[in-house]
Ligand binder design. Sequence first.
Ligand code: C2E
Ligand code: MG
Ligand code: MG
Ligand code: MG
Length: 277
Amino acid sequence: DAKHNGRNGFRFFTQNIAETLRQRQLIEKGLRLALSEHHFFLVYMPIFDCKDNTIAAVEVLLRCESPELQGIGPDQFIPVAEASGLIKDIDLWVINNALQALLILQTEHKFKGKFCINISGVELHNEAFPAKVKHLLSYYNIAPESVELEVTETAFVAGDVTCVETLKALNKLGISLALDDFGTGFTAFSQLIHYPADCLKIDRSFVNDLFSEREARNKMVMVIQNLAKLYGLRVIAEGVENEAQLAYLKENGCDWAQGYYLSRPLSWEDLLVLLNS
Ligand code: C2E
Ligand code: MG
Ligand code: MG
Ligand code: MG
């Protein structure tokens, strides 16, 4: 009966909460271990120029090989890192290692493209962050124009002064800024004019829905491309998984594209093979 089901439902519910908490603690433990025992590593996803199919940029993506994080990707562990405060150390680890890698690509492999590094939205409230980036750029002697920082659009709070100030400070360093997963957090549409952004990254869900009948989502790629044109921003399409999507994006003036159809995220060794081929 209903009462019986309800009680079972409640037990199921509390068991789920306990399980979620246990999972979170495990991930946090794995992240701490990763920082101290060097379990983090980077993979590299090429981004292609739609005009000539050359490699215009490389996005750096974080991976972790702690035993506690078996089969768990950044979509799951970054939110835990943000909630536990570990994210600041992790973002710095990523930037440090990405710039080291970029220096090798530039000096030994004639790489001329941009390096795209993801940072957490947490950094937009971290006043010390732009100075840290500046220090690392000069430490590795990297030209700021070769670096693009990606921030998820949902990290932006409409009218938030600190966010805009941090973005302006980063922009002053000469690096470029991309709004990642663009279209998933509608605040930026009206706020866009306040952000010193250089690039919009169309979220892969919209690329995925290009030819679907679902609501008006199949029009989103067009909307974002027009918006970018109005504001003079570069557009990167994420999550290109087939020829038809790529053809559509090319025809409609998309600047750069990335996705499994073009290349999976690569190990350092495989990236070198691709760049030298
Ligand atoms: P993102 O920055 O939007 O990165 C794109 C994600 O989509 C990557 O997942 C990539 O592997 C995946 N992807 C790219 N093309 C395709 C495709 O064609 N099909 C499908 N199904 N997936 C595709 P990943 O590496 O799991 O990263 C997930 C998210 O975690 C990233 O989304 C980013 O927000 C965050 N992240 C990754 N690395 C870092 C990092 O170093 N620092 C920070 N703060 N966040 C990171
Ligand atoms: Mg990204
Ligand atoms: Mg994205
Ligand atoms: Mg994402």
